[in-house]
Design a protein around this ligand. Structure first.
Ligand code: HXC
Length: 257
């Protein structure tokens, strides 16, 4: 499959999608979101892939939704067309997905990164929700996911002033899982994805679902969900294999069953 606005590669168990609109700092237009959906849907169905990686260029993960495409929309165009619903293709993934962010991750770019399960950033990464400077607000979950990730004080600061936050501050605030030098970003993200892909896929998918549940429920409900999911994993061959491998002091060979 060949795409115009993204590039797709497979590295072992890691399925990589690279956003590729260099002329517009990877601004997210309808075509790109469409292609991203197609590529990720194909990876979800591909038995070789255990974890997705979403990345951009050195200069920009993505500088936001495409302002030139949005500018002329009326309320009816936006509301009835509901173009942002297409972006949910990232948040709906069941396999884990890692965002590898270098350069600008602004507006919809920051929102797309936050839809991923965790973010590995290069030292050059800049996060922000500058929509306020355009006379609008974040529309793909920014006010919600950013607030849950870094708390009200910093989320308000970013959403109201539109200022950018560097990688070090983003890691301190809890938005980013790891920060690495720019030249190591790709290798670090692929290595992390391959580690995840080497796990039992049912266990990795269940872990993702359980951590996500923390956002959607009370502590008591979340703990109950986790316990049920934990017990359910005893029905897998991979649980028998994982525990046997530990006892026999060898590496497990998971079959994703
Ligand atoms: C369309 C964009 C763009 C965007 C950059 N470009 N960001 N085009 N939409 N979001 C284009 C520029 O128009 C320019 O094209 C080229 O990319 C290079 O950008 P420059 O501005 O010349 O680069 P630079 O001076 O280095 O500044 C980089 C920047 C700036 C600070 C990232 O481009 C910027 O502020 N971009 C907009 C960031 C933003 O407001 N994002 C939020 C968008 S709203 P030409 O043709 O002139 O060379 C949003 C809402 C999401 O995301 C809600 C859900 C859908």
């Amino acid at each position: 499959m060949s795409y115009e606005t993204i590039q797709v590669e497979i590295h072992g168990g890691a399925g990589l999608v690279r956003l590729h609109r260099p002329e517009a700092l990877n601004a997210l237009n309808a075509r790109l979101i469409d292609e991203l959906d197609q590529a990720l849907t194909a990876f979800e169905a591909d038995e070789r892939i255990g974890c997705h990686v979403l990345t951009g260029s050195e200069k920009a993960f993505a500088a936001g939704a495409d302002i030139k495409e949005m500018q002329a929309k009326s309320f009816a165009d936006a509301y009835l067309g509901d173009f942002i619903s297409r972006w949910e293709c990232v948040a709906r993934l069941r396999k884990p997905i890692i965002a590898a962010v270098s350069g600008y991750a602004l507006g919809g770019g920051c929102e797309l990164a936050m839809m991923c399960d965790f973010i590995i950033a290069s030292e050059t990464a800049q996060f922000g929700q500058p929509e306020i400077k355009l006379g609008v607000i974040p529309g793909a979950g920014g006010t919600q996911r950013l607030t849950r990730a870094i708390g009200k004080a910093k989320a308000m600061d970013l959403c109201l002033t539109g200022r950018f936050m560097g990688a070090e501050e983003a890691e301190r605030a809890g938005l980013v899982a790891r920060v690495v030098p720019e030249e190591q970003l790709f290798a670090e993200a692929i290595k992390a994805a391959q580690i995840v892909a080497g796990m039992s896929l049912p266990a990795a998918m269940t872990a993702k679902e359980a951590v996500d549940r923390a956002y959607e429920s009370t502590l008591a409900e979340g703990v109950k969900f986790e316990r049920r999911a934990f017990y359910a994993l005893f029905a897998t061959e991979d649980q028998k294999e994982g525990m046997a491998a530990f006892i026999e002091k060898r590496r497990p060979k998971f079959k994703n069953r």
